[in-house]
Write a protein that binds this ligand. Structure first.
Ligand code: PGA
Length: 248
């Protein structure tokens, strides 16, 4: 049985004071439960200080595809490792759509993360237009192929996937458990055709308006192995309830 994993994506939210309160609430409530929080870069040191010794891992939401050098404003994988990160989100739809990250750049970032020993949480997912025109599977396959062709199928042994339909992110519209399961099964079957062992152990999270109220139904689906949680990860009771639903 694959272990489920829930990750919080704080996006550009938080402050030292707010984070201290949130982390202090999460730590005892999630004792013994594996979870992840992906925090803004300036708060990595705070996450490291607060979460060391707990079962909550921490990570970032983006990284540079470059190792070091004259890249003003960028943050490398090695720097994330310096702050104890285990995970880094790669290819979130907001990075793809608002900051123009191409499939090729996402693949480079994924490889930079793995080269440094970080586990990328690779996000894929279709827009509303794409879903309505019936190309959901083609879009997800294209996004996955860019990474598999560049990094190899075995690289997924050291990664987490997150299926996040763009139309469900931050909109309050969750994919139904059946809609989500269908795409998760498509992804797992596609990977199984290349390497059944990789497909079997791969954690595929669902993301998009997951809350305490809908988490159990989603997590009960056979190919949904946890969640990538935006808005609800900023509310301790919500995030704890989602993590507990996944751990059941
Ligand atoms: P949401 O965001 O849970 O607020 O929809 C999910 C995400 O963008 O990772």
């Amino acid at each position: 049985m694959r272990k489920k994993l829930v990750a919080g994506n704080w996006k550009m939210h938080g402050s030292l004071a707010e984070n201290a309160a949130l982390l202090a609430a999460l730590k005892p409530a999630l004792a013994g439960i594996d979870a992840v929080v992906c925090v803004p870069f300036p708060y990595l040191a705070q996450a490291q200080a607060e979460l060391a010794g707990s079962t909550i891992a921490w990570g970032a939401q983006n990284l540079s595809e470059q190792a070091k050098g004259a890249f003003t404003g960028e943050v490398s994988a090695a720097m994330l490792l310096d702050f104890g990160c285990t995970y880094v989100i790669v290819g979130h739809s907001e990075r793809r759509s608002l900051y123009g990250e191409s499939d090729a750049l996402v693949a480079s970032k994924y490889m930079a993360a793995q080269a440094a020993g970080l586990k990328p949480i690779l996000c894929v997912g279709e827009s509303l237009d794409e879903r309505e025109s019936g190309v959901t599977e083609a879009v997800v396959a294209r996004q996955l192929d860019a990474v598999i062709n560049a990094a190899g199928i075995a690289s997924l042994m050291n990664a987490v996937l997150a299926y996040e339909p763009v139309w469900a992110i931050g909109t309050g519209k969750t994919a139904s458990p059946e809609q989500a399961q269908a795409v998760h099964a498509f992804i797992r079957n596609k990977i199984a055709a290349l390497d059944p062992a990789v497909a079997d152990q791969l954690v595929i999270q669902y993301g998009g308006s997951v809350k305490a109220a809908n988490a159990s139904e989603l997590m009960a689906k056979p190919d949904i192995d946890g969640g990538l949680i935006g808005g609800a990860s900023l509310v301790a009771e919500e995030f704890v309830a989602i993590c507990r639903a996944a751990a059941k």
